[in-house]
Design a protein around this ligand. Sequence first.
Ligand SMILES: *Cc1c(COP(=O)(O)O)cnc(C)c1O
Length: 341
Amino acid sequence: MEKKNIDWSSLGFGYIKTDKRFVANYKDGAWDNGTLTEDDKVVINECAGVLQYAQTCFEGLKAYTTEDGHIVMFRPDLNAARMKDSCERLEMPVYPEDKWVEAVAKTVEANAAWVPPFGSGATLYVRPYMFGSNPVIGVKPADEYQFRVLTTPVGPYFKGGAKPITIKVSDFDRAAPHGTGHIKAGLNYAMSLHAIMTAHEEGFAENMYLDPATRTKVEETGGANFIFITKDGKFVTPKSNSILPSITRRSLMVVAKEYLGLEVEEREVLFDEVKDFAECGLCGTAAVISPVGKINDHGKEICFPSGMEKMGPTIQKLYDTLTGIQMGKIEAPKGWIYTIA
Ligand SMILES: *Cc1c(COP(=O)(O)O)cnc(C)c1O
């Protein structure tokens, strides 16, 4: 198969139209078989549930080429399960998990020419999503839905190495207690836009959100979970039911324990303890881990000993081990790597 003629290393994190996408429709209580199409346009009624009441959720995962030339995905079954949770919370019909993984794999395979080669640092980003498609004017769930899977090649997240970022403690809340913070609902991201633009205008890369009820505990950023390393080498990550359960974070917990022999704690993390940690990072599919060098709390700075030049040593080991597993250089735990071709 011939790859597209693209300068993979100069790609950013943006949308590029690829050849095929998957579309399935839900009507009269059932999903149709779904199909791959070249049509990148969605045509829906002006009063569609997604347009009026934001009834939509999504997932994000990557397909990439391993050292020995296979196209693989990382733990797509967990994305399928998480999208099921998102759909149930939003009163949307679940797309069956096994078929979900199949549809995602079929879409990637149909766009194999767009999967960046090994070593380019680039990957094929896969975006499954679902929305209410029929007219809804009273506030209620739609009766008809569309499930789609699109792919777009994205560049190496860190060009020229990962430099630690500076973030701020936000005065906005990301999620309500007992709300929708634990699911990948579009509405969570619409309401984060003002907060992130505000942070950017003030010169910060990201927001640290605290728990909205007490504002004493660390939650996450707009699109990544936190991990911390204590001065005595423990791996600590916040536990809260309004945090999006990051697959990267859950995988890093296994890597920390099983591969690096670290003690792992998933627990409530008070903001007051953050100043005592040795290293801090943000984790998610896009960047795997972004190191955090500094946190600004209303003018007061918390500077991690790992500094502003490079990742701290333990976070670097976690990063190298997880990306090594993903790229097929280090043996993966059973079931983590899904081979497409
Ligand atoms: C998607 C997302 C993450 C990262 O999850 P991964 O499964 O690791 O990609 C973390 N926080 C939020 C709010 C997210 O939307």
